[in-house]
Design a protein around this ligand. Structure first.
Ligand SMILES: CC(C)(COP(=O)(O)OP(=O)(O)OC[C@H]1O[C@@H](n2cnc3c(N)ncnc32)[C@H](O)[C@@H]1OP(=O)(O)O)[C@@H](O)C(=O)NCCC(=O)NCCS
Length: 138
């Protein structure tokens, strides 16, 4: 198992992986548009955990808005969870953020997945006092 940079060629496999692990995803074409535009800005923030056959077993994607970095599409295949791979992926992305001079990282946890907060707390994240609002413009 190794951590490598994902490229645009990995998108189809990554999308199937996200569906399989139960991450909420946009329809394929929309998701690809977002992946491509984020990738154009920071390709180094796209990491995959792959097995010896280059099959994706985990992913983490970072973004940066100029002030704060954020974490997206973070998951490890169910059959290899709780073996330290999630910690490795997170640490690898945090190291890349740090090299870019980024000092603050945020992430969102869906209300239906609050159990994952234990993981983030172990990794030094704490719950923010901010409530997010959203509006669709189309
Ligand atoms: C969150 C996730 C990526 C963690 O990956 P992982 O490979 O299982 O994590 P690790 O093995 O590195 O776990 C590190 C520690 O967190 C704990 N942990 C891992 N997942 C946990 C979870 N879902 N709930 C509570 N604790 C968890 C582990 O037991 C371990 O604790 P320890 O160090 O005391 O032994 C993985 O659980 C996952 O893919 N979940 C489904 C997708 C998801 O919810 N993604 C996050 C979206 S915000």
């Amino acid at each position: 198992m190794e951590i490598k940079n994902l490229t645009l060629k990995d998108f189809d496999q990554a999308y199937k992986f996200w569906e399989r692990v139960g991450l909420w995803v946009y329809p394929l074409a929309d998701e690809f548009k977002k992946y491509k535009s984020m990738y154009a800005l920071f390709p180094q923030f796209f990491l995959g955990l792959v097995d010896n056959n280059n099959v994706i077993k985990g992913t983490i994607v970072g973004a940066f808005d100029g002030r704060t970095a954020s974490i997206h599409r973070f998951a490890v295949a169910q059959e290899i969870q709780k073996q330290g791979y999630g910690s490795q992926l997170l640490a690898a992305l945090e190291e890349i953020f740090a090299k870019e001079g980024i000092t603050k990282v945020t992430l969102q946890v869906h209300e239906s997945n609050l159990k994952v907060m234990d993981f983030y707390e172990k990794k030094g994240y704490s719950k923010d006092q901010v409530v997010n609002f959203k509006k669709s413009l189309s």
